[in-house]
Design a protein around this ligand. Structure first.
Ligand code: AMP
Length: 604
């Protein structure tokens, strides 16, 4: 293993790297730095985020560029604003002891005038997103005629994001003589086409095996159905009390839905996707970096610029459309020497994709079983005991309270005391998972048994037989509300003046909103619905579960059991009297909980 000096870098750069704590070069740096310093050949590098690729391309440029020349000598394109800013800041750190080198970062969503001013002052290195870079070229504020190095960072992502035209324009604005350095984690056809069309006999280097999954990442898959996908996700989160994860979704809508559900269910979660403003995205990413949020639900694109090295898990709520993107996703964990797990939730149809991914990552997926309630309770409990063990006691502050505490507890021996303290948490946990189902078996259930399962939300509706309602008409009425193409309707109970129906829990909020917005009529009556959690008219309890207290328990929940339904909007609507089937009022919105499950503390 060489040192940075041995790779050919000068002392001021080496000094800056020492300040940053970079002790020795990473694999990609060891290969790229001497190559770029010693040769003007184009370069194709297979490197994922987290391998140290930013330094791999920027250090040799810093070594070679002409400090006295104020023209733009290097243009670095990156797919997202966050990544561009990160690269720009990295380079500024690297040239801490090279004061004449100026770096400007240009990206959309920020003042063009400021960026133009900065360019006018003279920058040898420009880092930019493709769109803004092209805008600045068109305005003649960015002149690339003297460029010696063009870096395409995360080329696959730029093409995924539809920046092909912009790349072409930037490439055309740079001189033939430049050296092109293309860094990509994957090399689908489109990237190869760029390499073919715009590079001359590029030298290839790799940070490991091409497209290979990180050595530190284990890949697991869990079989789910559409009904068990979300509950399975929650159980995986629940099994890991110290989870710090990104949940990847395919679309913005899916992202928002999963995040909304997790927030509603008390998890410390938030969403990151393109429908959010830049300010909102910055705020969410900031909270996630500081671990105020433990679970980030994100689209592939939105998560690109996020530089976090300590993720415990990557969860694939659904696999990406382009399977190459799985490498990007799973590469977010297992960084900086940490171990990580990438979990994929797949239904029967999606399973086929796993084999294709295995070929790309050159690793096998291990089949996981969705954890049972008992396993989760055990894990949470052991985590609690670990916490107790590691809790520091503030003797001096506690001193004055201790005598009265000892006196109160004097009648209990050691074992009783332990049992009581542990029960504070344990009872709540047990209740929560009491009678929880084996989600691994749910796919095999009949439609009848399915209707009573924990993944359905039961609704009260204020019309019944006397209004000429029958199951067919009720299904028609539900469908007319446009709740969603795939919404599953469970059991239906038509009574004289009111009725009940069950809907896939994932559509709970949408169902409420759709009925509230549409305000449908049926047989001249205006229809309203509410969530209810009680048994069906047949008399049997649903799953035999009992609600646990309203008090915020140690487990941090305020709901009756896994999968029980709650409203988040507080309502504003009234329902008629029926004490035996009262809607679940345990569902006040905006509540934050404390305790296990990576959940938020209750705000007081
Ligand atoms: P990158 O792949 O460029 O996004 O880098 C991933 C992370 O590794 C960043 O936080 C870098 O600051 C860090 N890093 C890069 N190279 C080194 C090195 N040689 N030694 C220690 N940390 C590094």
């Amino acid at each position: 293993m060489s040192t940075f000096l041995e790779l050919g870098l000068k002392e001021p750069i080496n000094k800056a790297l020492t300040d940053l704590g970079y002790e020795k070069p990473t694999v990609i740096q060891e290969k790229a730095i001497p190559q770029i310093i010693s040769s003007t050949d184009d370069l194709k590098a297979f490197a994922q985020t987290g391998t140290g690729k930013t330094a791999a391309f920027s250090l040799p440029i810093l070594e070679l560029l002409d400090e006295k020349n104020g023209n733009v000598q290097a243009i670095i394109l990156s797919p997202t604003r966050e990544l561009a800013v990160q690269i720009g800041n990295n380079i500024k750190d690297f040239c801490k002891y090279l004061p004449s080198i100026k770096v400007t970062t240009v990206y959309g969503g920020s003042s063009m005038e400021d960026q133009i001013r900065s360019l006018k002052r003279g920058s040898q290195i420009v880092v930019g997103t493709p769109g803004r870079t092209v805008d600045l070229i068109k305005r003649r504020a960015l002149k690339l005629g003297n460029v010696q190095w063009l870096v395409l960072d995360e080329a696959d992502e730029m093409l995924n994001m539809g920046f092909k035209d912009e790349l072409d324009k930037v490439l055309e604005a740079t001189p033939e003589t430049k050296q092109t350095l293309l860094f990509s984690a994957t090399f689908p056809r489109e990237v190869e086409a760029i390499a073919r069309n715009y590079m001359t006999k590029p030298v290839e280097i790799t940070s490991g095996e091409k497209n290979s999954g990180s050595e530190n990442v284990n890949h697991e898959y869990y079989s789910v159905t559409e009904r068990t996908r979300y509950p399975a996700l929650k159980r995986i989160a629940d099994l890991n009390p110290n989870i710090y994860a990104i949940i990847f979704c395919r679309t913005r809508r899916e992202t928002q839905e999963v995040a909304d559900n997790l927030i509603r269910d008390g998890y410390s979660a938030d969403s990151l996707h393109g429908d959010l403003s830049q300010g909102q995205r910055d705020s969410v990413m900031g909270k996630f970096r500081k671990k105020t949020i433990k679970i980030l639900v994100a689209t592939d694109v939105a998560a690109r610029g996020l530089d976090v090295t300590e993720l415990t898990h990557v969860l694939n709520h659904k696999l990406p459309d382009q399977i190459e993107n799985y490498t990007h996703r799973s590469g977010r964990t297992g960084r900086a020497g940490n171990k990580g797990v990438s979990i994929v939730l797949v239904n029967g149809k999606e399973k086929g994709k796993l084999r294709q991914i295995e070929r790309i990552i050159k690793k096998k997926f291990i089949e996981g079983k969705v954890p049972s309630g008992k396993e989760i309770v055990q894990n949470q409990l052991m985590n609690l005991i670990d916490k107790v063990q590691n809790t520091e006691v503030n003797e001096s502050e506690m001193q004055e309270f201790l005598p009265s505490i000892y006196e109160k507890l004097a009648s209990l021996d050691r074992e009783e005391l332990i049992k009581k303290f542990v029960s504070l948490e344990f009872n709540t946990m047990l209740k929560y998972y009491e009678n929880s189902k084996d989600l691994n078996d749910l796919g095999r259930e009949t439609s009848r048994s399915r209707a009573t399962d924990e993944n359905m939300t039961r609704f009260f509706i204020n019309i019944g037989r006397k209004d000429n309602l029958n199951p067919g008409k009720l299904i028609g009425l539900i469908n007319e509300q446009n709740i969603g193409d795939k919404v599953e309707i469970g059991s239906i109970d038509i009574l004289d003046t009111f009725s009940f129906f069950e809907i896939d829990k994932n559509f709970e909020e949408k169902t409420l909103t759709a009925f509230a917005d549409n305000q449908p009529d049926f047989s001249g009556r205006s229809v309203n619905i509410e969530i209810t959690k009680k048994e069906r008219s047949g008399g049997g309890r649903r799953g035999g579960r009992k609600p646990f207290g309203k008090k915020d328990g140690g487990f941090g929940r305020r709901r009756s059991s896994e999968g029980s339904s709650r409203r988040s909007d507080g309502g504003g609507r009234r329902r008629t009297e029926r004490s035996s089937d009262r809607p679940d009022r345990n569902s006040s919105g905006g509540e934050r909980r404390s305790g296990g499950f990576g959940r938020k503390r209750k705000e007081r």
